[in-house]
Structure formats: structure tokens, C-alpha cells
Design a binder for this molecule. Structure first.
Ligand code: PEP
Ligand code: MN
Length: 358
């Protein structure tokens, strides 16, 4: 895995799961003709609930060995425990990857890192399912401490309680922050698990390129609709070729010599601003929903909309909190006045509506 000296984007592709020897070899042949760097296939599959296809197990390793011999591509598979590591190494797997459920568990990560001590095999570490950057960095550090030098991070999005168009929220500010804190660590985007559906793959991949990611890991299957796992997000090798050809690859760094390398790029900084604005909106919306419910309760208990004592209490607390965070009282006042006005407006609409219904 020589990401630094390879053409960008470094491409890792292959099926979510190895299903049959023919499926694996056919997919691999087509991908190697497309210039894919590394062939991926899951052999042991972590599934959210039991009873789903849990992978073909160790016999799939022989198929990956054949891919290596017949196409020359490097091969990678997910390992989640010591037994997986031993079997993968014995079968000559070139690169190991740690899945999102495993990297969320420091015991499991440490067990794998201990098993690998003294063996300098490349390891790719997916972000943990929960949005905790320190847990992700911690996993990287455990492998570094075990003497692994060739490490890459894979950004595959984060589980959230509220559902959006993504299967796993990208939360781009987290990998951008990872880049700031570990600037030599290559980052690969996995648009397949972020998107969960084919029509988002192009835009998510483009975003990753605009944020200077080194590579992409994209699930590819000869017959995606009939895949035994993650059918909705897999694409054919032909579609992968089209996706890659449509990517716009911009300069990695500003050509302006006055801008120091250590600074984050405009694109990275704007991504953080956009993400934080999204979070502000999400919470403003939640807050407004609660205010509306309060409006209903006030109306039913026949009290006035404006409750001065409560409002003074909120304002006092906000100014105090703002001061702790270095925000001026003037700004906090203006901001909360605006929120309060909007809440009163929305509660008034509720009063009017409920009065009409009576
Ligand atoms: C996978 O790559 O097929 C996989 C199981 O990924 P994740 O660990 O990101 O869910
Ligand atoms: Mn998958």
C-alpha cells in the first residue's frame, strides 16, 4: 500500500462480501483493467442483526489469493479478532482493514494490534460507528505503538439517531479535524457506506477529492442488485469507471507561496463552517418544536404566552454561558432576542389556530 507515491485518487474496490469464487474473480478482472490499486472483499461480515449473510469465512481467502496471482492487484479484507489476523496473514493478504464496529471497541483494537506486533503489514482503520474523533485517533495510535508504520484512515460516516438521506452521516468536520491532528495520515473516503445508495456516490466522492483525501474505497459487484449484502450501494465495475472519470481532481495545495502548508485550506475551513451551521439549524428546529409544544400547554392551561420571569432567567443564563465562552453580552442578547421573538410568533400562531378550532 504505497498511497503517498500513487496517483490520486488511490482506488480500493471490490464487493462488500466475497460470495462465490466466480463472482470474486470476475469482479477483480474487470477492476484490474480499470486501474484499481487494491481489491477489497469482506470474508467475515459484521451484521447489525443475526440471521443475515455473515460471510463465506476462511474459504474466501483462497479466492483472494487467486485474485492476487491472476491480476497482480493487492488484496485486503476486514479482520476483527486474532483468529482472523492469523488466517489472513497465512493466506498472504496484503493489507488488513479494521471495521467501524471494531474500531469503536478499544479492547478489540488492542487485541488485533498486539497480534500484529512485530509484523509490519499495512492497516486501514475505519472511523468508529460513533462520532468520536479521539476513539478513531486512539485506534490509529494503538497500531502505531505496535510498530505498524503503514496506516491509513477510512472515513465511512457515523451512525446517528435522526435519519437523513445518508446511511451514515459524513460529518466532514471530523475527518478534516483528523487531518489537522495527524497530518501525515492518508485519508480514504468510503462513499459506499456513507451513502447507502448508488445515486449519492458521485457527489460524496467529489467532496472527498475537494477535501484533499488521498483515495476512495468503493463497493463494486458484478451483479449489485443480487448482492448478498449492501445491495443498494454497490455498483458495477463499469459504473465505477464512469464515476472515476467524472471526478474533478484539483490541486492539493494552494499555489500561493504566501500561504503556509500548516494552514487548513479554504475548502476544509468552509466545510467546518457548513457543518456547524447545519448543526445550529438542526438544534434551532428542535428548540422551536419544543417551544410550539409549550404553546399548546400554555393555551390549554389558559396562561399568557409571554412569561417574563422565565424569559429573564433564560437570558441571564445565556449571557453567563456566553461570557464563559468568550462571546459578548451584546451578541448573546441579540441572538436570544431573535430566537425568543420567533418562538412567540410561532406560539401566537398556535393560539390562533387552537382558538379557531374551539
Ligand atoms: C464493509 O466495508 O463492508 C463494512 C462492513 O464496513 P463498515 O465497517 O464501515 O460498516
Ligand atoms: Mn458493505
Amino acid at each position: 500500500m504505497d498511497i503517498k507515491n500513487s496517483k490520486r485518487p488511490y482506488i480500493i474496490a471490490g464487493p462488500c462480501s466475497a460470495e462465490t469464487e466466480t463472482q470474486v474473480l470476475k469482479t477483480a478482472k474487470l477492476l484490474s483493467e480499470n486501474g484499481v490499486n487494491v481489491f477489497r472483499a469482506g470474508i467475515w461480515k459484521p451484521r447489525t442483526r443475526p440471521g443475515n449473510f455473515e460471510g463465506v469465512g476462511s474459504k474466501g481467502l483462497k479466492w483472494l489469493k487467486r485474485v492476487k496471482e491472476e491480476t497482480g492487484m493487492q488484496v485486503t479484507t476486514e479482520v476483527a479478532n486474532t483468529k482472523h489476523v492469523y488466517e489472513a496473514l497465512k493466506a498472504g493478504i496484503d493489507i488488513l482493514w479494521i471495521g467501524a464496529r471494531t474500531s469503536a471497541n478499544p479492547f478489540a483494537v488492542q487485541e488485533i494490534a498486539d497480534t500484529l506486533t512485530g509484523m509490519d503489514i499495512p492497516v486501514m482503520i475505519k472511523n468508529p460507528v460513533n462520532a468520536d474523533i479521539d476513539l478513531w485517533i486512539g485506534a490509529v495510535e494503538r497500531f502505531q505503538k505496535a510498530g505498524i508504520t503503514n496506516i491509513a484512515a477510512i472515513h465511512r460516516g457515523f451512525s446517528t439517531y435522526t435519519k437523513s438521506k445518508y446511511r451514515n452521516e459524513p460529518m466532514w468536520q471530523i475527518p478534516v479535524e483528523l487531518r489537522r491532528r495527524m497530518k501525515d495520515l492518508p485519508i480514504i473516503c468510503d462513499p459506499s457506506h456513507i451513502s447507502g445508495r448508488r445515486d449519492l456516490l458521485q457527489s460524496v466522492s467529489q467532496k472527498a477529492m475537494d477535501l484533499n483525501y488521498e483515495g476512495l474505497m468503493i463497493e463494486t459487484h458484478i451483479d449489485p442488485d443480487n448482492a448478498l449484502s449492501d445491495a443498494k450501494q454497490q455498483i458495477t465495475p463499469e459504473s465505477l469507471k464512469i464515476l472515476i472519470n467524472h471526478l474533478i481532481i484539483r490541486h492539493r495545495k494552494s499555489t500561493d507561496a504566501d500561504i503556509p502548508e500548516s494552514l487548513e485550506t479554504m475548502e476544509e475551513l468552509r466545510t467546518k463552517i457548513d457543518e456547524y451551521d447545519n448543526i445550529i439549524f438542526e438544534y434551532l428546529n428542535k428548540r422551536m418544536d419544543v417551544a410550539k409544544n409549550i404553546g399548546i400547554v400554555k393555551k390549554k392551561s389558559n396562561i399568557t404566552i409571554l412569561q417574563t420571569d422565565r424569559w429573564n432567567e433564560i437570558m441571564e443564563n445565556a449571557v453567563k454561558k456566553g461570557k464563559e465562552l468568550g462571546l459578548s453580552a451584546k451578541f448573546v442578547n441579540k441572538f436570544f432576542q431573535a430566537i425568543h421573538q420567533e418562538s412567540i410568533q410561532q406560539q401566537t400562531e398556535i393560539y390562533n389556530r387552537l382558538s379557531k378550532e374551539q
